[in-house]
Design a protein around this ligand. Structure first.
Ligand code: ATP
Ligand code: FE2
Length: 327
């Protein structure tokens, strides 16, 4: 069975094609980068509408698959930005009608988990999902992927991006902070904000700006942000693993590309006799292949949707989905 998946929750429009043997045949994407300032949902959506047809064609070409060979269309139904989600949903609906094949709207966060399971070989992990808009610690229990801890304000990536903008580092600042942090070595005081199993990042943002005003170097600020924020993530992830008794931890989301975060989680896992898994960079970031893969496994477990059921869900929660494809 060939599944074509369309991702469009935020800045990335991606189209991936997979078969039922976990083989990713193609994974093409185009990320919208605002000329200045933050991401404006309507402008990102206009970008997606401009590129979606071309990305579908390129994905088919890369896979060596014609549209008429596609058996299922899936798309990211949420969570995400309304205008962007609508573009992906509209493209998916029109393909499904034109090709006369079934359609499934899927949860973006669960897609990160399942592509991780499929490509890294882990079985039953605790997922640390650290992206732009989302920061959650998720594990499977009794037919749901349950959220054991999450950010109470912004996602960690959005915190880095917003702070980067305020500090003049440009948009998509996560990788810039990672580079700067390598040159820093002074641990400056920032709010370490863990509340039960939840965390919050906005205090770090305010405090980091104040440190800059006091003349601290960007390198030391970047170093301190990583040590503090990633330390918070490692603490909550470890507690979730202990609570649910899992001995695997899976990373997902764009921030999971950060080598320092990977190192911290790896050390934490090894110290408790557990193992860390991290998908390839292409599957960590938002991409169409993960949407196609989740569509494929949901369909094979019997999930069906009519076009009327494919309304987007901006606040689609990970634990809203009944997991029908696992024992
Ligand atoms: P989602 O829709 O899943 O919430 P997203 O749309 O923001 O996420 P992702 O591609 O998962 O997209 O992640 C992008 C985020 O990852 C950005 O905030 C970016 O700054 C951050 N990021 C990317 N690389 C790194 C890195 N090396 N270190 C830290 N952060 C990074
Ligand atoms: Fe994502």
């Amino acid at each position: 069975m060939i599944t074509l998946g369309i991702e469009g929750t935020a800045h990335t429009l991606g189209v991936g094609i997979v078969d039922s043997e976990k083989k990713v045949l193609s994974n093409v994407l185009d990320m919208y980068k605002p000329p200045e300032g933050g991401l404006h949902p309507r402008e990102a959506a206009n970008h997606h509408a401009d590129v979606v047809a071309d990305i579908i064609t390129r994905s088919c070409n890369e896979a060596g698959v014609s549209l008429h060979e596609v058996d299922l269309i899936s798309f990211s139904m949420g969570p995400g930005l309304g205008p962007c989600l609508r573009v992906a949903a509209t493209a998916a609906r029109s393909l499904s009608c034109r090709l006369d094949v079934p359609i499934l709207g899927v949860n973006h966060c669960i897609a990160h988990i399942e592509i991780g399971n499929a490509t890294t070989g882990c079985h039953d992990p605790c997922l640390l999902y650290a992206s732009g808009g989302n920061t959650q610690i998720i594990a499977y229990s009794d037919k749901r992927y349950r959220i054991f801890g999450e950010t109470q304000d912004v996602g960690i990536g959005n915190m880095l991006d917003k702070l980067g903008r305020d500090l003049g580092l440009g948009f998509y600042a996560g990788p810039v902070f990672e580079k700067l942090a390598k040159e820093g070595d002074k641990l400056l005081e920032l709010p370490y904000s863990v509340k039960g199993m939840d965390i919050s990042f906005s205090g770090i943002m305010t405090a980091a700006l104040a440190l800059k005003k006091r003349g601290c170097s960007l390198e030391d600020i970047a170093f301190s942000i990583q040590e503090t924020a990633f330390g918070m993530l490692a603490e909550v992830t470890e507690r979730a693993m202990a609570h649910v008794g899992k001995d695997e931890v899976l990373l997902g989301g764009g921030v999971a590309q950060n080598m320092r975060l990977k190192e911290m989680i790896k050390v934490m896992a090894e110290e408790r006799g557990a193992k860390m898994f991290c998908p390839d960079r292409r599957f960590c970031m938002d991409n169409g292949a993960m949407i196609a893969w989740l569509g494929n496994i949901m369909y094979n477990s019997g999930v069906r949707m009519d076009i009327e059921d494919t309304l987007i869900r901006q606040r689609f929660r990970t634990d809203d989905v009944e997991v029908t494809w696992r024992d």
